[in-house]
Write a protein that binds this ligand. Structure first.
Ligand SMILES: [Fe+2]
Length: 294
């Protein structure tokens, strides 16, 4: 089938024409969706009706190998029995709302900082696919930042300075500075990873800033100098002209490319209202490796 895209922001993000992703099997349609991801960075699909397995199956068809090494897997046993289906919710195993002091909740508060998924792993996350199964009666938006538009807007001197730099990403670091510490045993499973600061992804010739709250320091520079540069770049990349907010409706699926966007959760009264979403993130492997890893 032919897929069309309606732009949601002047530089990125689009809503996809009516489609039931459970039944999208053909390469022709999947290739159009991947091309849409390369162009827009964020795609919104309305009225999806996934079971857990159907969401996992679609993610695999769309992009191959799935990420199962998430920080939430380190903190608690997954209530779905599959670590590739990340539980983005404020409820526990029994379905009741987590207490304010629950470690899973306290750790997840840091998802309200700008980040990209699994940048502290190698391979990192490529696409994240977040599906709304239960939403609160109040706004609980997810915001996205266009990291290619942010790169384009840098001056030539800054671009030349940062093009060859590498960044160490660590969730142990990003959670620690927010006041949450993993145990020694947990930290041992979260070693962090190094990635280029500027990236080019397949399907688009444009460069992108690869940043996240997890970005701890720049490999080639002294730590304080690197942190200052990272703070400046984060401030630059999250200016209002680069940001788009998604207001969730039930059964929305939003897919974003972690290499060309950052995102953050906005706060809501999560002690009062339930919010249950499931996320599948794919591995950022070179395309030719995906088929063998899937
Ligand atoms: Fe995230």
């Amino acid at each position: 089938m032919t897929v069309t895209f309606k732009k949601l922001h002047s530089t990125f993000a689009a809503e996809v024409s009516e489609i039931d992703l459970r039944h999208v099997q053909d390469e022709h349609t999947l290739a159009q969706l991947r091309a849409g991801m390369a162009e827009f960075g964020v795609l919104v699909f309305k009225n999806q009706h996934f079971s857990n397995q159907e969401q996992l199956d679609f993610a695999q068809r769309m992009d191959g190998a799935l990420h199962a090494k998430t920080s939430s897997a380190v903190l608690a046993k997954n209530r779905f029995g599959n670590e590739a289906l990340t539980d983005i919710s404020n409820v526990g195993q029994d379905g009741s709302i987590l207490d304010a002091s629950d470690r899973r909740r306290v750790s997840s508060i840091s998802n309200r900082l700008w980040h990209t998924d699994a940048s502290f792993e190698n391979p990192a996350g490529r696409y994240s696919m977040l599906y709304a199964r239960n939403i609160p009666p109040v706004r609980a938006d997810t915001q996205f930042a266009d990291m290619r538009a942010a790169y384009d807007a840098l001056d030539a001197e800054t671009k030349a300075t940062i093009d060859r730099l590498h960044v160490y990403h660590s969730i142990v670091y990003s959670r620690h500075i927010m006041g949450f510490d993993f145990s020694a045993e947990e930290s041992a499973k979260l070693q962090g990873a190094t990635h280029p600061l500027v990236r080019i992804c397949e399907g688009s010739p444009r460069k992108s800033l690869y940043l996240a709250s997890h970005a701890a320091h720049i490999i080639e520079w002294q730590i304080p100098e690197g942190r200052l540069l990272l703070k400046d770049l984060m401030e630059h990349a999250t200016q209002p002209q680069f940001v788009w907010s998604h207001e969730w409706e039930l059964n929305d699926l939003v897919i974003w490319d972690n290499r060309t966007t950052m995102h953050r959760a906005r706060s809501f009264d999560d002690i009062k209202y339930k919010r249950e979403l499931t996320r599948v993130t794919t591995l950022d492997l070179p395309r030719q490796q995906v088929a063998s890893a899937a």
